[in-house]
Design a protein. Structure first.
Length: 402
C-alpha cells in the first residue's frame, strides 16, 4: 500500500535530515492524496527524495511528526521495538533506577509520547493525535515488555488542544486511587499518578538529587534550605546524606504535607521541616533586615528549583527578573563557603542567560562565586542537539568564594 505523500518546499529538507522530526504546516507544499488526521504519511523533499514517514494532522501547526527516516509499518511490533531501544538506553545510563521516564518523546524518536515508570506503575501522556489514536497498541506493547500492575494516562496537556484532543485523566489498566511509592537513589517517595504534579514526580532531577546530596558531607553540620521542594526530592536526599537540618518551602499545602510524610517514611522526620509558603515572600521576609544591619547568613546549602517562570519567549524578561530576585535573596542567606544549587527548567532561558542572571544577582549581593558543577536533565530525558526542544533543564552549583 502506498502512503499519501507530503511534499516539502525547497530548502525545508535539511533540518529534517539533521534529525528534527517536526514538519511545520508552512514547510509543506502539498499532499499528493487525501490523508486522514492521525494517519501515517510519507514525507518527501521537492526533488521527491524520501525523508521519512510520520503521523499527519491537518489541525496542528506541526503537520507531520516523523517517526522513522525509512518506510516502516506502525503497529504493535514497531512500538515494542522503540520501547526496547528506549529501555536499553536507560539500562545503560541509569542501570540501578527502578523509577524513571521510559520514553521521552522526540528524545526517543516517538514524538508525542511520554511514558513514566514508578516501580510497577506506568503513566502515559499522548500529546499528538496520531499517537493518541494508537494508545491501545502502545498499551499492549508496554504490558508485554514491563507487565505493569497499573497504567494511568495523564492527558491534561495544553499541547493536546493544538492537536484537537480533549483532556483525559484516568486508569487504562489496573485499579485503585493512583497512589504509588517510587524509589529514587534508595529513598522512598510516595506520590499519586492521577493527582500529583506532572505524572507524579520530577523524574528529570533523579541524578541531580544524588549529585547535590554529595555536597552535604563537605559542609559539616549542614543547614539546608530547599526552595520549591514539592515532595521533598532534594530535601530528603540532603537529610539522608547527613545534613543537620533541612527546611523545605513550597506553596502547595498538599505537597508540603506529602513531603513531611515522605520524610517520616524514610526515617528522616527529625531532621526535616516543610512549610507552605510562596518562596518569593518567604525569601523576602527572611532577608528583611533593619536599616544598617546585615542579613545573617544561615544556610550552608540552598537549593532553588522553581517551576518554569515562562512558557513563551515573550515573557522571558519577566521570568529573568523573577530568577534574579530569588538568587539575590538566596545569596544573602548563604554562609561563606556555602553552596547554592540552582536550576532552570524553562526551554526559553538558555544556560548562558541563566548564568548571567545569577551573576547579576551575585554582583548586587557583592559575592564572588566559584562554579563547582553544572547540571542537566537525567539521562532518561535524552537530549538530541539537533532537536533543541529536547533540552530544557540546566543548573549550576556555586560556592560563595569571596
Ligand atoms: N524540587 C522539586 C520540584 C519543584 S517543581 C522536586 O525535585 O521534586 C516546582 C514546585 O514549586 C512545585 O511543587 C510548585 O508547587 C512550587 N511552586 C510554584 N511556584 C511557587 C512559589 N511562588 N512559591 C513556592 N512554591 C512554588
Amino acid at each position: 500500500m502506498t502512503l499519501p505523500t507530503l511534499l516539502l518546499r525547497p530548502g525545508e529538507a535539511d533540518r529534517v535530515l539533521a534529525g528534527h522530526p517536526w514538519i511545520y504546516k508552512g514547510s509543506a507544499l502539498r499532499l499528493t492524496a487525501p490523508a486522514a488526521d492521525g494517519a501515517l504519511v510519507q514525507v518527501k523533499d521537492h526533488r521527491q527524495r524520501l525523508l521519512g514517514v510520520g503521523f499527519y494532522n491537518s489541525r496542528s501547526k506541526i503537520a507531520v511528526r516523523l517517526l522513522a527516516p525509512e518506510r516502516v509499518e506502525v503497529n504493535e511490533a514497531f512500538f515494542e521495538e522503540r520501547l526496547r531501544a528506549a529501555l536499553a538506553h536507560r539500562q545503560r545510563h541509569l542501570p540501578h533506577a527502578t523509577s524513571f521516564r521510559v520514553v521521552n518523546a522526540e528524545g526517543d524518536f516517538l514524538s508525542g509520547l511520554v511514558v513514566d515508570k514508578y516501580e510497577n506503575a506506568l503513566v502515559i501522556q499522548t500529546s499528538a493525535l496520531g499517537m493518541d489514536q494508537r494508545k491501545g497498541m502502545i498499551l499492549a506493547a508496554l504490558q508485554r515488555l514491563l507487565a505493569p500492575t497499573l497504567v494511568a494516562e495523564r492527558n491534561e496537556l495544553a499541547s493536546r488542544k493544538f492537536e484537537g484532543l480533549p483532556d483525559a485523566n484516568g486508569l487504562l489498566a489496573g485499579s485503585g486511587d493512583g497512589a504509588v511509592a517510587a524509589r529514587l537513589n534508595g529513598l522512598q517517595f510516595a506520590t499519586n499518578v492521577l493527582t500529583g504534579q506532572k505524572t507524579g514526580l520530577y523524574l528529570d532531577q533523579q541524578t541531580n538529587y544524588a549529585r547535590v546530596a554529595a555536597f552535604v558531607p563537605l559542609l559539616p553540620g549542614a543547614q539546608v534550605l530547599d526552595c520549591f521542594s514539592y515532595l521533598g526530592g532534594f530535601a530528603l536526599h540532603a537529610a539522608h546524606a547527613g545534613a543537620a537540618h533541612v527546611h523545605g518551602v513550597d506553596q502547595s499545602a498538599e505537597a508540603v504535607a506529602a513531603a513531611g510524610a515522605n520524610a517520616a517514611a524514610n526515617g528522616l522526620a527529625e531532621r526535616c521541616s516543610f512549610e507552605a509558603a510562596n518562596v518569593f515572600d518567604w525569601l523576602k521576609a527572611h532577608t528583611a533586615a533593619p536599616a544598617h544591619e546585615k542579613v545573617l547568613p544561615r544556610f550552608d546549602l540552598i537549593i532553588l528549583d522553581p517551576p518554569s517562570f515562562t512558557r513563551t519567549r515573550a515573557s522571558v524578561p519577566d521570568a529573568l527578573r523573577g530568577y534574579k530576585e530569588i538568587h539575590l535573596r538566596a545569596l544573602k542567606l548563604l554562609k561563606a563557603g556555602g553552596i547554592l544549587a540552582t536550576f532552570c527548567c524553562s526551554h526559553h532561558v538558555d544556560a548562558a542567560t541563566f548564568q548571567d542572571v545569577i551573576l547579576a544577582a551575585a554582583f548586587d549581593a557583592r559575592r564572588v562565586l566559584r562554579r563547582i558543577a553544572t547540571f542537566s536533565q537525567s539521562p532518561d530525558h535524552p537530549i538530541l542537539p539537533s532537536v533543541p526542544e529536547t533540552e530544557y533543564l540546566k543548573g549550576y552549583a556555586f560556592e560563595w568564594a569571596r
